[in-house]
Ligand binder design. Structure first.
Ligand code: IMP
Length: 193
């Protein structure tokens, strides 16, 4: 079985990614690997932050690993919150504060198109592979639903009339940016088996 360290402290992402990758790929979270420090996200692109996460963990462990970075890009806000999605309303990284600020900044705006973008940086025997997944949709006028995390309560993916927070994980994975990116990672690992 393939073992990969996942460079995240977000338990929601670990649950999502384990369900996406299935039983042949064993995901070890940072906490399980005994790595408790925050990983920096110093760059101004999602691609560079994903690479930062995987290379920091590879530097510490020398083991195959991947980092993943995601941003919500709202067209009318010129791509914001984008790379700043986690800290949009401040360093406390509060999902409810972020949503409140987003809805406030979109008050009265009719054009509510947005997309989630995920980039994975996989380091396999020291070589980097990047995979991207995009999910287009719209931002709602108010929060709807209690599942998921982050901006899930205010994002309806194209093809659905529910927010991600109104879906179970299996349904979210039919649409999600992260599912699309991880399908590509899974294909690569299968090719290399
Ligand atoms: P990061 O990739 O952990 O830096 O996450 C960036 C921000 O986007 C955080 O505020 C997350 O909560 C949010 N985010 C990432 N993925 C999702 C998602 O699938 N749904 C909703 N919000 C997300």
């Amino acid at each position: 079985m393939k073992e990969l360290i996942f460079a995240t402290h977000n338990p929601n992402k670990v649950v999502e990614i384990r369900s996406l990758l299935g039983e042949n790929i064993h995901i070890i979270s940072l906490d399980e690997a005994g790595l408790h420090d925050d990983i920096p996200e110093p760059h101004d692109t999602i691609e560079a932050n994903a690479r930062e996460k995987s290379s920091v963990i590879y530097g510490l462990t020398g083991k195959d690993c991947f980092g993943e970075d995601t941003g919500l890009e709202v067209i009318v806000l010129h791509g914001a919150p984008g790379v700043h999605s986690a800290r949009y309303a401040g360093p406390q990284k509060s999902a409810s504060d972020n949503i409140k600020l987003l809805l406030q900044n979109m008050d009265g705006i009719i054009h509510r198109e947005a997309q989630f973008k995920t980039v994975i940086s996989l380091l396999l025997e020291g070589k980097e592979y990047q995979f991207k997944g995009i999910c287009k949709g719209v931002i709602t006028l108010s929060s709807q639903g209690n599942n998921g995390f982050g901006y899930d309560p205010v994002f309806i993916p194209d093809g659905s009339d529910k927010t991600f927070a109104e879906m179970g994980l299996e349904e979210k994975n039919k649409y999600s940016h992260r599912a699309k990116a991880f399908d590509k990672l899974k294909n690569l690992l299968e090719e290399k088996r």
